[in-house]
Design a protein around this ligand. Sequence first.
Ligand SMILES: Cc1cc2nc3c(=O)[nH]c(=O)nc-3n(C[C@H](O)[C@H](O)[C@H](O)COP(=O)(O)O)c2cc1C
Length: 163
Amino acid sequence: MVSVLIVYYTKSGNTKEMANMIAAYIRNENVDVEVRDVFDTTPEYLLEYDGIILGSPTYYGDMAAEMKELIDKSVKYHGELSGKLGGAFTSSAYIGGGNETTLLSILKAMLIHGMVVVGVHNADHYGPVAIGSPDERAEKQCRVYAKKFADTLKSLKGFDIVD
Ligand SMILES: Cc1cc2nc3c(=O)[nH]c(=O)nc-3n(C[C@H](O)[C@H](O)[C@H](O)COP(=O)(O)O)c2cc1C
């Protein structure tokens, strides 16, 4: 079975809600998923999973410092995350509030690790975005993203995709 780690940072709960939604939808695809608060996550955890999804609130158009700290600590394993599948999600206050630049900041770090990142052609392109607490639209984004992430991971690992 393929495995996914979802790490989130949250202050008021919105990003955690998204993490749990994405996790539930990925589990529906028969993928092993663990959800962790960034404060309970050391870089060693990143080594243990086939896929890694990081979620952060949008802070000034970027990921929160708490998530960046985990990424910076992961330099200890630079090269060892290469080939893993990566993804990102965020909650921001405003529609044009810098959520896409936040996602790109996370995906950029993943690319530097040599990871493969997931984009979506028919939904939020860089990863799910919620405005505040995830509403019906955001939940749909999480669902579409989870399926795309699970399918991509299975094909990367050579598993059959059953629709
Ligand atoms: C320090 C700080 C910076 C923020 N910067 C932005 C921003 O640039 N754009 C935006 O739309 N929202 C911004 N917000 C709002 C949060 O992204 C938003 O409230 C989000 O839903 C919080 O997620 P959480 O409940 O997971 O903590 C900021 C909030 C804080 C505390």
